[in-house]
Design a binder for this molecule. Structure first.
Ligand code: CO
Length: 141
């Protein structure tokens, strides 16, 4: 069901500083940045690898305000690993199969993600304590 790690989401306080660090320290390439008001984040995707199964990224997340999911995460936990996003071929089928196995879904239906993708989050309490996201790339829809 899971094809690859699509991205690792990292919460940061200053997106510009985090982008500069990743490009200068690791040589990553900025693929895109956008504000997602629905999710309360300003985000950037940086390319790690262009593998046969698809691209993989680091996703840097700066909250649009303190009372957003990432804003609350920063207040509780500070900067750091926020979630893992796995690539799937068919997000609707994957959600149905995962829910049938008893895992609670934060998103029962896919919503708009980075760079035209469809995404859905699973409840971390049912996935080993890791906030887990499914990603279907736009090219594969
Ligand atoms: Co993500």
């Amino acid at each position: 069901m899971l094809k690859r790690i699509d991205h690792v989401g990292i919460a940061c306080r200053d997106l510009d500083l985090a982008i500069a660090f990743s490009t200068e320290t690791f040589g990553l390439t900025l693929a895109g940045r956008e504000d997602n008001a629905e999710q309360g984040v300003r985000e950037a995707m940086l390319v790690v690898a262009d593998a046969p199964a698809g691209m993989s990224y680091v996703q840097l997340l700066e909250p649009l305000g303190p009372d957003t999911p990432v804003g609350r995460f920063l207040r509780r936990r500070g900067e750091g690993l926020h979630h893992v996003g796995y690539g799937v071929a068919d997000i609707d089928a994957a959600l149905a199969a995962i829910a049938a196995g008893g895992v609670r879904l934060i998103d029962s239906r896919p919503r708009h993600g980075s760079m035209g993708s469809s995404i859905a989050f699973l409840h971390p309490g049912d996935v080993g304590g890791v906030l887990t996201e499914l990603v279907e790339s736009p090219a594969r829809r």
